[in-house]
Design a protein around this ligand. Structure first.
Ligand code: HEM
Length: 329
């Protein structure tokens, strides 16, 4: 496979202002919605479980893909937090996207941001959708206004809240999932792959579990299913990279366009049999901080959506912990 030249990032005017407005809107939402001591994440507040895992870099990686975390065969310990994406904790029966946040521990090489639990980690934040419908920071700001303040207030400010393309993609990508271990997860946004190119990442389940007995009655059936599955069997995901081949059809600055190039396997995620649904693990998972910027320089997040996430995740997590009186270790 040939590696194509990288598309450069293209930072639009006013992006920093948009990002700080996003932070203000999100903080106001948390302040209004939750009392001190009980503040949860703005997005992905509903956790299904925080799991121990191993991230296994394979010895079969071809030379043209040996870079950063993937430069040599090695097994790393990792944490995985599964969640529902929407800003309020709703029933698992609703169609939406789910989150799989992976924190690979003890990585080697230069990192962009240090992690509070261990200096050097590589985080991958993924959802069940291969695209983020808003596409760029400007549209994201509009969407977050609409979500938190309501479309009528936006019209009063002279902002048109109705972007039909964004609404259509969001609705199309929202799914009623039956088992968190049976679905694919995608980063949706692009990352550097050292000097080899620009990629998106994906985690794809190897063994599917049977969904026969899932309890349709409970609004927390995804967690219940996870508890039940991991009591008796381990789960394995393939971890894949997708190289940008054509910057025009596979852009960096627009996450609403799905890349079509082939995925290549570079690692596996092993989730062993375990019990995880107990109080101290739940508290640990709630306080764990994931950010795509806690990563190796070789896997620098790219594009406006990722640039926005740098300040947003840091600031929102600090705000949440301060309101809850949680100190950094
Ligand atoms: C394709 C793009 C994106 C993906 C795949 C993604 C995925 C995720 C995931 C999996 C989590 C949960 C992490 C955890 O378990 O702690 C999360 C949290 C969050 N996301 Fe995103 N996200 C994306 C874009 C964005 C953007 C553009 C923003 C805002 C500018 C944003 C704001 C947040 C916030 C505020 C949290 C909670 C952070 C915290 O309080 O710790 N996300 N995201």
């Amino acid at each position: 496979m040939s590696i194509k030249t990288l598309e450069k990032e293209d930072i639009p005017k006013g992006e920093e202002r948009d990002i700080s407005e996003i932070i203000t809107i999100m903080r106001d939402f948390l302040k209004k919605k939750y009392p001190p001591g009980e503040t949860v994440r703005h997005f992905h507040p509903k956790m299904h479980g925080c799991l121990k895992a191993q991230f296994v870099v394979k010895d079969t990686i071809p030379d043209d893909k040996k870079v950063g975390l993937f430069k040599e065969a090695k097994t790393y310990d990792a944490w995985i937090r599964f969640s529902n994406a929407p800003p309020t904790k709703k029933s698992d029966k609703r169609a939406t996207s789910r989150g799989m946040a992976i924190k690979v521990l003890g990585v080697e090489g230069e990192v962009i941001e240090k992690d509070e639990i261990e200096e050097k980690t590589q985080n991958f934040l993924m959802t069940t959708s291969p695209v983020l419908s808003v596409g760029n920071v400007k549209n994201y700001k509009k969407a977050i206004y609409a979500l938190t303040k309501g479309p009528l207030r936006m019209l009063l400010y002279g902002i048109n809240p109705f972007n039909w393309r964004v609404i259509a993609i969001t609705l199309l990508r929202a799914k009623k999932h039956t088992n968190l271990l049976n679905v694919e997860y995608f980063t949706g946004s692009p990352f550097l792959f050292g000097n080899k190119g620009v990629v998106k990442f994906c985690a794809r389940p190897q063994k599917l579990s049977s969904d026969k007995n899932h309890k349709k009655g409970s609004s927390h059936f995804l967690r219940e299913r996870l508890v039940e599955d991991l009591r008796s069997r381990d789960a394995v995901f393939d971890f894949l990279v997708q190289f940008q081949n054509n910057p025009k059809t596979e852009p960096i600055e627009n996450t609403s366009i799905e890349w079509k190039s082939t995925f290549y396997k570079v690692a596996e995620i092993h989730i062993p049999i375990q019990v995880f649904n107990y109080q101290s693990r739940i508290i640990f998972g709630e306080n764990l901080f994931f950010s795509p910027w806690q990563c190796l320089k070789d896997h620098k997040p790219l594009g406006g959506i990722n640039r926005a996430r740098k300040a947003v995740y840091q600031s929102l997590s600090e705000y949440r912990k301060k309101r809850n009186g949680v100190n950094k270790e």
